[in-house]
Structures are given as C-alpha cells and as structure tokens.
Design a protein around this ligand. Sequence first.
Ligand SMILES: Nc1ncnc2c1ncn2[C@@H]1O[C@H](COP(=O)(O)OP(=O)(O)O)[C@@H](O)[C@H]1O
Ligand SMILES: [Mg+2]
Length: 352
Amino acid sequence: MIINSLKLVNYRNYDNFTFKFDKGINVLVGKNAQGKTNIIEAIFYAVIGRSFKTSKDKDIIKWGENRAYLCGEFSKKYRDEKIEIFFDENKKKTIKVDEIAIHKIGELMGVTNAVFFSPDELKLVKESPEERRRFMNIDISQTDKRYFYMIGRYEKVLASRNKLLKSTSDINVIKETIDIWDRALSELAEKIYIERKKFIDELSPFAKLAHQYISGGKENLEIKYISSFDGSYSDKMAKYLAKNLEKDFRLGYTTVGVHRDELDIYLNGTEVKNFGSQGQQRTVALSMKLAELEIIKNRVGEYPILLLDDVFSELDKDRRKRLLNFTSKTQTIITCTDISDNIEGRIIRIGM
Ligand SMILES: Nc1ncnc2c1ncn2[C@@H]1O[C@H](COP(=O)(O)OP(=O)(O)O)[C@@H](O)[C@H]1O
Ligand SMILES: [Mg+2]
C-alpha cells in the first residue's frame, strides 16, 4: 500500500500544497519547525481519522483561518482510495472515502494502513499501561473494524457502570440494577481479550526478531499480555465484578476488566520499563512498531506505509543502516534535518 499524493489546504503551517511520493523511500528534509512532522501527522490522520499530536481538531486549522482540508490518494494492490478530511472550526469534521461521506470513524478503519514511529513513542515502553493499551487498540482496529466498535461500546458501558456507582449513597439501589452492566461489560471484555491475546501472540515473535536485528545483538525481547482473567473470561469477570462491588462503590469506579490490562516487556528476563537503558527502550518501541508491519501484512495481504518521524537523530549509524534495510519492503516516509546518511530515495525539501 502506498500514498501517491497528499494535498493540504490551511493545514497547520501550509496554505495550499501538494506533495507527491515515490513508492520506495521518501525523505522529508528541512530545518526545525518547517512542517515535516505536520506532513506525517496529516498522512496518519487520513489513515486512522485522528491526530497523534492533538485531540483538538481546531489546532490543525491554520491560524487565522476557519477551515482546513486534507486529501490523501492511496494505491492498494487491487484498488485506489481517496481520503478527504474537511475541518471546520464551527462544525465536526467530515471524512470522505472515495467521494462518499462516512458517518462513523470506524468506517475508515482498514481502508488504508500505516505504522507511525517517532522518538515520542518511547512512551509506549516507558509510561503508564494506558499507552500500551492504546497501542493495542489503535493497531488492532486498523485491520479490524469490529474491534474498534467493541472498544467504543466497552468504554460506554464502563462509563455507565461508573456513573451508576457514583449515583447514590445507598449500595442496595445499585445492587438492583448493576447486573445488566456487569453482564454487558464481561461479554465485551472477553471478546476484546481474545483479540488482544491473538495480536500479542502474533506480534511478539516479530518484535523479538526486529529487536535482534536493529540492535545487532542477542538481547531476547519478550512481550507478555497480562490480563486479569484467562480463557473463561466472561464468567470469571462477572463473578469478580460482583465480588468487588463494595470496593468499586467506595472508589466510585470499576476496578476490574480489560481497561486495566497491561503488557509486560522484558529484555533477557529483565523488565525494560524499569531497568532498560534509554537506548534499549527506544529500540524496543521501534521493534514493536516494525513488528506491526508484518502483522498488517499477514492480516490484509500487503504492507502498510511506514512513517518515521525524526528517528535518525536518536539512533547510532549502525542502527540507522539496519533500520533502512528493514524498511525495504514498504513505502517509507522519513523526516530528518540533514541527509548525511546516503539514503537512497526521493528527497523532498521542506521549508527554507
Ligand atoms: N495551526 C497552525 N497554524 C499555523 N502554523 C502552525 C499550526 N500548528 C503548528 N504550526 C507551525 O508548524 C511548525 C511546526 O511544524 P513541524 O511539522 O512540527 O516542524 P518540523 O519540521 O520541525 O517537524 C511550527 O512553526 C508551528 O508554529
Ligand atoms: Mg518534527
């Protein structure tokens, strides 16, 4: 899968500009603050329907303007896709796929695919479990609309259950109605659990290989999906919700479920989050993203687009070289401030 062109109108610092991309490596070169990341953001926006930089669409509209537009033209193995997004400061954005407006973001899932990596993605390894759940949610959704809708429903049910927990000071009132929420929550949780487990089982061997390749070493990367329950999830969770009702009531939120899942990540048996060096953590995060390339390839039959923002500044020369070898199978769009690495590809100069 490749992106052929990207048109931006009043998108961040761009007035009206169209970029054309090659099917191999594209290098966006420019000084700081010229708009390289903005291009990567726009491409990924067209793929997943939101920004990795902001949750406020208004931020995207060029200062002093009230509307913005982006259009990505993609080619897949058997068809082309045109994705357009219309931003308006006074309205919700509109998304069109091949000229037809879609009504739910879920409909955009799987139309195109991309994997995004930047130094910021270190948070995937370093920060709270929420980052790792977000990683699973975004990546599974990219090839599975059903999963995207399931997550949305789970969050709604969870919010309703939490609201009920806080709605009265009499636990008996809650006991009368909470059953419905518990059942709905447990059933959704089981389905989400199954998809996440499948995803991580598929991801970890690829991530392990990628890590060994990029680091040029023998470090053994293991990723384990940690969930509160196992195969018979739904029954166990329903029982657990009931058992923990008093605690949940006291705290005012639900303490068990897939919204508390975690990924434990180890190098040679040691937890990377607490004991890995910055360099190791960075390579692990990159390896997890590179592993996704293979998963998406397995699931949809072709490689996604690889978006690499500012990764070169953070890797030593050998790692940079190995990363580039690794990406030969995909269309790659990479940003950097200078081209000292002899990267073979289309050079696109950004800004002054
Ligand atoms: N909504 C906006 N309107 C106009 N300019 C913006 C907007 N959002 C960000 N910018 C500008 O975009 C530039 C940053 O672009 P960015 O893509 O992050 O640069 P870099 O080339 O360093 O990756 C900054 O100069 C910032 O002021
Ligand atoms: Mg940047």
